[in-house]
Design a protein around this ligand. Structure first.
Ligand code: KG4
Ligand code: ZN
Length: 334
């Protein structure tokens, strides 16, 4: 069963071909980072235009890499939301046109839920439930219990900034570049995470996250230290604060739920220190930890194809009238 995956929710145009939901035949990601870099963040209108320019050539490239012809595609999975409206529309219009022309089903996929599919894609095996899911990205930060396809109990989400947003904003302030996460990781290499004492937000207060206080603390430090600021140590301290916050919340969630499998994904899950912290948590708690390789943590269409494949809930529906769902929350109906 060949699933074509289409992802255009933000600044990455991606087309993938995945066999049986787990085996990647092609997963091509065209990043717009260079275009948005000079603006310090994603410009929605530019993102939509770039998706439009890239999507057809990428589709051809993916088919050729996978050695697949149009008639061999069995179904199409596309990101319906959440994301930027204009950007999402490009992927959805493409998916609907192909679904109509090839007379094959169209599967609407929730982008945040799909991040978790990357964990199983990386292992080449179908999802095993239940698992604790942590999605850490530029726009989201959710801790959930997954009980089955599209069955999520939300334990907590961010009340304000997402962790990627925090890294992006601090990186911008320090003129380290965009996206901020990789820039802060690189700058913080070898730094002393103890030199600056940054808060670990909302520890001991349930499973919700909040990163705006940490952002303010870092911004205040940048201001007060001025020329004296050791940027390398600040970057190390910032990553340590984020990694420790997530690790401690995960430990409490594992204890509370008794679940023994943890899946972590989203762009920030590419962070080396966070991965190290979570690996320690998993060893200590003796649980199975699935964190996809960095290229599957960030936005890609293979995770969309995989999620569509394992989620049969919309197959019966007429999807021709489907449209963008820019604020689609995990677990909510379309
Ligand atoms: O999941 P993603 O590709 O897009 C969204 O759905 O938001 O996540 C992008 C975010 C950006 O904020 C970026 O700075 C962050 O992931 N990121 C990282 C790393 N690589 C990407 N954050 C920390 N460390 C990294 N290595
Ligand atoms: Zn994402």
């Amino acid at each position: 069963m060949i699933t074509l995956g289409i992802e255009t929710s933000c600044d990455e145009t991606s087309i993938a071909l995945v066999a049986d939901g787990t085996s990647i035949l092609a997963n091509i990601v065209s990043s717009q980072i260079e275009i948005h870099r000079r603006f310090g963040g994603v410009v929605p209108e530019i993102a939509s235009r770039k998706h439009l320019e890239s999507i057809s050539p990428l589709l051809r490239e993916a088919l050729s890499e996978a050695r697949i012809e149009f008639r061999q595609i069995d179904q199409i999975a596309v990101t319906m939301g959440p994301g930027l409206v204009g950007a999402l529309m490009v992927g959805i219009a493409t998916a609907k046109a192909l679904s109509w022309a090839l007379k094959i089903p169209l599967l609407p996929v929730n982008h945040i839920e799909a991040h978790l599919s990357a964990g199983f894609l990386a292992l080449n095996k179908p999802p095993s439930y239940p698992f604790l899911g942590l999605i850490v990205s530029g726009g989201h930060s959710n801790l959930v219990v997954a009980d089955g396809n599209r069955k999520f109990e939300l334990l907590g989400r961010t009340l304000d900034d997402a962790p990627g947003e925090l890294f992006d904003k601090i990186s911008r302030k320090l003129s380290l570049g965009y996206p901020g996460g990789p820039a802060i990781q690189k700058t913080g290499e070898g730094g002393d995470p103890m030199r600056y004492n940054l808060p670990r937000p909302m520890l001991g207060q349930g499973f919700a996250f909040s990163f705006s206080g940490l952002k303010t603390a870092a911004l205040n430090l940048i201001r007060s230290e001025g020329e004296k600021l050791n940027v390398c140590d600040l970057c190390a301290a910032l990553q340590a604060a984020v990694a420790e916050t997530f690790s401690k919340k995960v430990v409490s969630a594992l204890e509370k739920t008794g679940i023994s499998r943890l899946v972590v994904s989203g762009g920030v899950a590419a962070n080396k220190l966070l991965r190290e912290y979570l690996a320690k948590v998993a060893t200590k708690a003796q649980i199975e930890l699935l964190i996809p390789p960095p290229q599957l943590c960030t936005d890609n269409a293979a995770m969309i194809a995989s999620n569509g494949f394992f989620d049969a809930s919309y197959w019966e529906n007429d999807t021709t009238g489907l449209s963008v769902k820019a604020d689609w929350q995990m677990g909510d109906n379309l």
